[in-house]
Design a protein around this ligand. Structure first.
Ligand code: PMV
Length: 366
């Protein structure tokens, strides 16, 4: 399925849109997500080589406003008309990126050529915190585009179809963004697997298997070890998997880790949860270290933090653990009931390794 709308009645008839002047404002807010089972390696048009699973976050999100107005009859429908503002400022770099993305959608979503678009986007988290915003921003944009389609073409009336298409479009912008369109769902999965009914490589789905109470309100404290841009883009990182000698083993491991995690999530088994989640983070970084060329994405602070977390866990038996993105920052995960102890520990023992002592308190979205 490619969710093409080229067969829509609107396009078969004369350009209704150019006769009827339409304008409006659409807004969407999408959360960031943190993958527990990592997507790393892709094929075809942004299709994952293994299934992934993520916690939806609450406090880290992108808000996007899309202002649209139909073009005049004389204006070209083969070009994207776009202006882009980020955090109140016109942003040429992001505008170019979004324009390229919208142009890539034009053949299947021709209505995008019939409107002037002004997009205003802002993040709830500081831009210079080294936190990837592509997931939340692409998800918010994709939701706006689906509402635009609904408004102009009268399609996507069915809610499930609406969200699947939003996730499908978000995926084309950034793979992990596919998992960020469901803002009030704690866990999302993306990628075909026998273990999850109706799972798909094309879009993410809300996780509908049982989730033990302990995981419903898990806390995620994001430690900012480095505020710099990543040394390697995720696009380059995914590409490195093609020649990585361990890639096939990695894809199999993702499947078996997912199976273990599904059971742990149901039973409230924090021990297995920790084993799987930390393994996924280590494997992601190990894959980058043994790629050609190799990349070390951790900083010394990252390692110090990991060792401190593991030691603290051993000493206290509090089920605190970590996961990592493809960068130096550390996501510290722990159950809500240990919030006070964990924040104290973070403040006293981990904060010194953070860039300017910065960390962000977040939690699983609901
Ligand atoms: O969505 P991308 O292409 O930026 O890739 C994201 C990859 C990881 O964040 C490392 C893992 C994931 O599943 O989110």
């Amino acid at each position: 399925m490619n969710f093409s709308v080229t067969d829509n009645d609107f396009f078969k008839e004369t350009s209704l849109l150019t006769k009827e002047d339409k304008k409006g404002i659409i807004t969407h807010k999408s959360p960031s997500n943190i993958a527990l089972i990592k997507y790393w390696g892709k094929h075809g048009i942004q299709l994952p080589n293994n299934p992934s699973l993520s916690f939806t976050l609450t406090n880290a999100f992108t808000e996007t406003k899309l202002d649209f107005q139909t073009k005049k009859e004389s204006e070209s429908k083969a070009v994207i008309s776009l202006e882009f503002w980020f955090e109140g400022q016109k942003n040429e770099k992001f505008e170019q990126k979004i324009r390229k993305f919208l142009e890539s959608l034009l053949p299947t979503q021709p209505f995008l050529g019939f409107v002037h678009l002004q997009i205003y986007s802002q993040n709830s988290f500081p831009h210079s915190a080294g936190i990837a915003s592509s997931a939340s921003s692409m998800a918010a944009l994709a939701l706006c585009l689906c509402d635009l389609e609904k408004n102009l073409l009268n399609t996507l009336q069915n809610e499930e179809e609406f969200y699947q298409k939003a996730s499908f479009l978000a995926r084309l912008g950034s793979g992990s963004a596919a998992r960020s369109v469901y803002s009030n769902i704690p866990i999302t999965t993306w990628g075909k697997t026998e273990d999850i009914k109706d799972s798909s490589d094309l879009w993410a789905n809300p996780y509908i298997l049982p989730i033990h109470d302990i995981f419903q309100n898990y806390q995620d404290t994001i430690l900012i070890v480095s505020a710099e841009e990543k040394s390697v883009s995720s696009r380059a990182g995914h590409a490195l998997m093609e020649n990585n000698p361990f890639s096939q083993t990695r894809y199999q491991l993702a499947h078996s880790n997912l199976q273990k995690l599904i059971l742990a999530l149901e039973k409230g088994d924090t021990e297995t949860f920790i084993e799987v989640v930390e393994n996924e983070a280590f494997v992601l970084h190990a894959l980058m270290m043994c790629s050609s060329p190799p990349f070390i994405l951790m900083e010394t602070g990252t390692l110090s933090i990991i060792k401190k977390i593991q030691k603290y866990r051993q000493e206290t038996t509090i089920p605190i653990c970590f996961t990592l993105d493809a960068g130096a920052n550390v996501h510290v995960l722990y159950p809500k009931k240990y919030e006070n102890e964990c924040i104290n520990f973070i403040d006293n023992d981990l904060k010194p390794f953070c860039f300017e002592g910065k960390y962000l308190l977040d939690k699983v979205g609901s």
